[in-house]
Design a binder for this molecule. Structure first.
Ligand code: ADP
Ligand code: F6P
Length: 460
């Protein structure tokens, strides 16, 4: 990016969020892959981050943290309900993830979505100087590119979609489909995780707006809008370095001791979201135990789940169902002092997470649908001795790149059982060969590569 331009990131959440109230109020890291990826990028380039603090009511004034100027955008309590819980999480989230839950369409939510998008556009316009580069993120802010262009046509505007972008069969359900496409077409460059998502977008734009052109370059209202696939990634070096830290290595050894030093450790780490396939995974693990293909004395599953979108009914249900399944497996297979499945519902520090990645012989990343899935890449980056096996869903964007993982269809119970078996029994030399290839893939295509490719294409 040319030196004189500065970077303005616009995302629903700031990288830190305000939690608790009164004397116990504090800032903590925001959840999710978007923040994990953008945090190192902005800390490096410097710039401004426009986003929501996670609290309704009074907003903090702009402030600086870690080389980044934070500009909080206010969201009221009714807007949290309609814009965030409603339109973002009950309409777009399920619709864009293969309608794995039925999306709901509600015109009051849509009204709030338009209003909040306008507010983000105005905040970005205020933060930007002439010819600055503005990078807008994700499904919560799809109208912002065009709204911002109308306010400040001189800006370079990029948009990146972190989640999948659905095919016409699903997208066409959306009553506001043309508005959304027009909103996105306000950008100079629209980026997606995969080629398939990018093609879905371009085809839909030609079908439901006046745009013409090819998959990678559309003509719309006298401008050229480019689109491309830019698979997001992680700060490989930071994970690799942390995984070599003697204290972290000691912590991982202590985890293994406490789990039972002779046992194989199988790990999963996800937000507690219905797209992540946690129930399907537990069913496959239970099947292995029930059929005595594995024994709880020799193997343990650890499921770490970050609380997310708590008040929404689908999330309350998935939590209850996961907790029920864990209880049931342990009821049948645990023995005194030795559970078959450990379940931790909490947010961990980066160091603790790395210690867990280091402790795991097998990593199960089996979402039903995922834009990318950074956990898979983080595990690979932490396996500094090239041991460990990654089992990865075909329906995660990461499967396009991490082809040497054990790929699996999470809805195929027998396929899941077979994949876990393969991973547990893999010959160490074969595992090391695969891990080494996976590591060089993630090392080369790290988050810096991702950000530079996107920003390079946006500003060229
Ligand atoms: P999503 O964006 O849908 O949450 P990703 O796998 O792309 O999924 O990103 C999840 C991010 O959240 C990763 O960077 C991961 O390290 C982090 N994360 C997942 N589980 C935890 C946890 N229990 N504690 C802290 N961070 C977590
Ligand atoms: O794309 C990943 C993502 O959906 C982000 O957009 C989102 O911020 C994050 O996961 C976590 O979800 P939420 O912001 O709803 O807590």
């Amino acid at each position: 990016m040319p030196k004189r331009q500065s970077l303005i990131v616009v995302a629903n959440r700031l990288p830190i969020r305000r939690v608790g109230s009164g004397a116990s109020a504090r800032w903590e890291r925001s959840p999710g892959g978007l923040v994990s990826a953008m945090e190192p990028v902005l800390e490096r380039f410097g710039g401004t981050w426009v986003g929501w603090s996670g609290m309704t009511g009074r907003v903090p004034r702009p402030f600086s943290a870690d080389n980044v100027r934070m500009v909080p955008v206010p969201i009221s309590r009714p807007e949290e309900e309609h814009f965030y819980n409603g339109m973002s999480n009950r309409t777009f989230w399920p619709l864009y993830h293969d309608a794995v839950r039925t999306p709901e369409f509600n015109r009051e939510w849509w009204g709030a979505y338009v209003e909040v998008n306008k507010r983000f556009a105005r905040a970005a316009a205020r933060a930007a100087r002439r010819r600055d580069v503005v990078w807008i993120h994700d499904y919560q802010l799809q109208l912002v590119p065009m709204m911002l262009r109308e306010l400040k046509p001189d800006l370079r505007i990029g948009f990146f979609m972190h989640v999948p972008f659905p095919p016409e069969e699903l997208f066409a359900w959306l009553p506001w489909r043309s508005d959304i496409l027009r909103g996105l077409l306000g950008a100079d460059l629209v980026g997606f995780q995969t080629q398939a998502a990018m093609q879905n977008f371009s085809r839909l734009a030609r079908r439901y707006t006046t745009a013409t052109g090819t998959d990678s370059a559309l003509e719309f209202e006298g401008r050229t809008v480019r689109s491309g696939s830019f698979p997001i990634s992680i700060d490989f070096d930071a994970f690799d370095e942390m995984a070599r830290d003697p204290e972290v290595v000691r912590d991982s050894e202590s985890i293994r001791q406490r789990l039972g030093p002779q046992r194989k450790v199988v790990l999963s780490v996800d937000r507690l979201d219905y797209t992540k396939g946690i129930e399907h995974r537990l069913a496959a693990y239970a099947d292995l135990l029930n059929r005595r293909q594995i024994a709880a004395e020799k193997c343990v599953l650890v499921q770490i789940a970050v609380p997310t979108r708590d008040p929404l009914p689908d999330y309350t249900r998935i939590r209850a169902s996961v907790e029920h399944a864990v209880g049931r497996i342990n009821g049948e297979h645990a023995s005194p002092g030795r559970v078959a499945v450990h379940y931790f519902r909490r947010t961990l520090s980066r160091r603790d997470l790395v210690a867990w990645y280091l402790a795991a012989d097998v990593m199960l990343v089996t979402p039903l649908r995922d834009g990318m899935n950074l956990v898979a890449k983080e595990y690979v980056a932490c396996r500094t001795d090239h041991s460990g096996v990654l089992v990865l869903s075909e329906f995660a964007g990461a499967a396009r790149e991490l082809r040497r993982a054990v790929l699996v269809n999470p809805r195929d119970l027998d396929g899941m059982v077979a994949a876990i078996n393969v991973a547990l029994k893999m010959d160490p030399d074969e595992a090391a060969q695969s891990m080494s290839l996976l590591r060089s893939m993630v090392r080369r295509h790290d988050v810096r590569f991702w950000a530079e490719s996107f920003l390079g294409a946006l500003t060229e």
